[in-house]
Design a protein around this ligand. Structure first.
Ligand code: MF3
Ligand code: CO
Length: 249
């Protein structure tokens, strides 16, 4: 069942989303060679709790940290670790969820650590832009397939691939709600968008094959070919006046 949100619910999601966006601003200053992903996790957690919210991911299906930190060929759900020291040239995908008065905000960004290769920077830029290509299709009456098709076409025209095994989702009182929001698809297919729907659109883009594997920790998703991957996500509300990004920095 797709849960359409009231204005009151959307207001809570705006607060949750703003906390997520501000957490990215705090972390952006710290993402440099030498920092560990565990340090980023602790700082994010403190900031979210200080803002009267909780960490949506902590203990979600047993997830053992507050944020996800995925380095280089890690696609998503990398677990922060004191032994993972960021180094010049790495790319780091950070996924953050905050819950305020029972409503979640969910977003992800990929950061360059120090100076990265031109190809890595292009991957980061194409992944971010693919979200905005999808966003152009977010309006009442359009379908989920229109969004996914826009994302996929843009990514593939830039020579990269869209992960199939993981997808975006509705978001609200639950971190993951209906509908499913794939980053691929056919125009005119899938669930129809209506005002008040809240969805997390989250393209995961690989430099090589779209195939992925999960590591033995049960969480970390990596590219099957070991090439780089990037992630960009925002929680969005559908309205007749254009989409509103709830997790904007
Ligand atoms: N943004 C991710 C998602 O929507 C966050 C889930 S991570 C988990 O799937 F650890 F909480 F599972
Ligand atoms: Co998400």
């Amino acid at each position: 069942m797709i849960r359409i949100k009231s204005e009151n619910e959307i207001q809570k999601m705006r607060v949750a989303g703003r906390i997520v966006a501000e957490t990215f601003e705090v972390l952006a200053e710290l993402i440099k060679p030498g920092v560990t992903t565990k340090e980023l996790d602790s700082i994010a957690r403190e900031f979210i709790l200080k803002n009267k919210a909780t960490c949506s991911f902590y203990d979600y299906n047993g997830y053992p940290a507050s944020i996800c930190t995925s380095v280089n060929s890690q696609v998503v759900h990398g677990i922060p670790n004191g032994k993972v020291v960021l180094k010049d040239g790495d790319i780091l995908s950070v996924d953050i969820g905050a819950c305020y008065e029972g409503y979640h905000g969910d977003a992800a960004r990929t950061f360059a650590v120090g100076v990265v290769s031109p190809e890595a920077q292009k991957l980061i830029d194409v992944t971010k832009q693919s979200f905005f290509e999808g966003l152009t299709q977010v309006m009442p009456g359009n379908r989920i397939g229109d969004v996914g098709h826009s994302i996929q076409s843009y990514v593939e025209s830039n020579g990269f691939s869209v992960v199939r095994a993981l997808i975006g989702h509705g978001v609200g009182a639950e971190l993951h709600e209906a509908p499913e929001v794939p980053n691929f698809g056919s125009p005119g297919r899938g669930v129809r968008l209506v005002s008040g729907m809240t969805i997390a659109i989250e393209p995961m883009v690989n430099m090589g094959t779209y195939h992925v594997n999960t590591l033995s920790d049960g969480w970390t998703v990596v590219t099957a070919d070991g090439k780089l991957s990037a992630h960009y996500e925002n929680s969005v509300v559908v309205t007749g006046n254009g989409p509103e990004i709830l997790t904007k920095c």
